[in-house]
Write a protein that binds this ligand. Structure first.
Ligand code: ZN
Ligand code: ZN
Length: 314
């Protein structure tokens, strides 16, 4: 028995050493443009997965979460297998369909690390989403939500509407790990958001709901992807430096970038802030500029790897 146990321990030590060796080889491949490893928690699975790989290599991202519809999960897994250590995935489906709960449960059993991105034309406190919050808690995976109360040209609808009432969900589902994303969340960093545009400008008024809820609810995290967060970072950098410091354990970098190469290729966004630019690069640069190195390290890597149960090693 004792001998057997010793063998087991040695085997475990051996496996640990093997994992460390593969980590070292991955480390050697990265030149760490951003001062250390980067986890992108918001990269949509593209029709051509090679474009996902081009995006992470071009933008200096170590590992990315592929946001994947259930029908495409096989492709996400294949891509993750082809590039070891570079990809993990979340799963999404239409929450208004009855089969979605079973599909997402199976997706988690097959390796999806969270539900996301969940973006449907429902209310954030409606029956469809309540069912998802309960299921995510049961499966012990986070749920990443697109909040869009104000329709925008690119997606002319309301998604997970009723953000003002979302705190009731944070209270009612304390075991659910919520990852908030998109326009309405980032616009509500300011207390004076008037719900008149998806991307408000000008100085931020302290006391916004998003800021307050990140402080008040331990089950709320924020996804810094897309024009929405980039807009917040740029409209009032002084305020946002404080925001990043205040919520340094809750914020996770993501890109939601459509560019082809991680360098802005093919981006036709008319906004000069983003035209011809990679959102990943723009938001990483802004967050780096506005935060101390240890805060930026948490934002670009540690908070996400911790929440998703990934190794903290690159
Ligand atoms: Zn979104
Ligand atoms: Zn990009």
């Amino acid at each position: 028995m004792l001998f057997h146990r010793q063998v087991m321990i040695n085997r475990r030590q051996f496996l640990g050493a093997a994992a460390a060796a593969s980590t070292a080889s991955l480390l050697a491949q990265q030149n760490y443009e951003w001062g250390g490893p980067v986890l992108d928690i918001h990269l949509h699975m593209r029709p051509d997965g090679e474009s996902n790989f081009a995006h992470i290599t071009g933008s200096g991202v170590t590992r990315a979460v592929l946001l994947t519809r259930v029908a495409d999960l096989g492709r996400a897994k294949d891509l993750a297998a082809k590039y070891p250590g570079r990809f993990v995935w979340f799963a999404s489906a239409d929450v208004s369909k009855p089969e979605t709960a079973a599909q997402l449960t199976q997706a988690v059993k097959d390796g999806a690390l969270a539900f996301g991105e969940i973006k449907n034309q429902v209310q954030c406190d409606g029956p469809e989403m309540k069912r998802m919050y309960a299921l995510a808690a049961d499966l012990n995976v986070p749920i990443q939500i697109h909040f869009g109360d104000v329709p925008q040209a690119s997606g002319n609808a309301v998604f997970n509407g009723g953000f003002k009432r979302f705190d009731a969900m944070l209270k009612a589902y304390p075991k659910t790990k919520f990852i908030a994303h998109a326009d309405t969340f980032w616009a509500n960093v300011s207390a004076d958001y008037a719900y008149d545009t998806a991307y408000p400008s000008g100085p931020i008024k302290p006391g916004g709901l998003s800021d307050k809820w990140l402080s008040d609810y331990p089950n709320l995290w924020a996804d810094m992807s897309a024009n929405s967060c980039n807009n917040a970072l740029n409209r009032d950098p002084d305020f946002m430096a404080g925001f990043l410091a205040r919520h340094q354990d809750k914020l996770m970098f993501g890109c939601d970038c459509p560019c082809s190469d991680g360098k802005g290729g093919g981006v036709t966004n008319p906004n000069p802030r983003l035209h011809g630019k990679c959102i990943a690069r723009q938001t990483l640069a802004a967050a780096q500029k506005l935060s101390k190195p240890e805060v930026f390290r948490r934002i670009r890597w540690e908070n996400g790897t911790k929440l998703l149960g990934l190794s903290n090693q690159a």
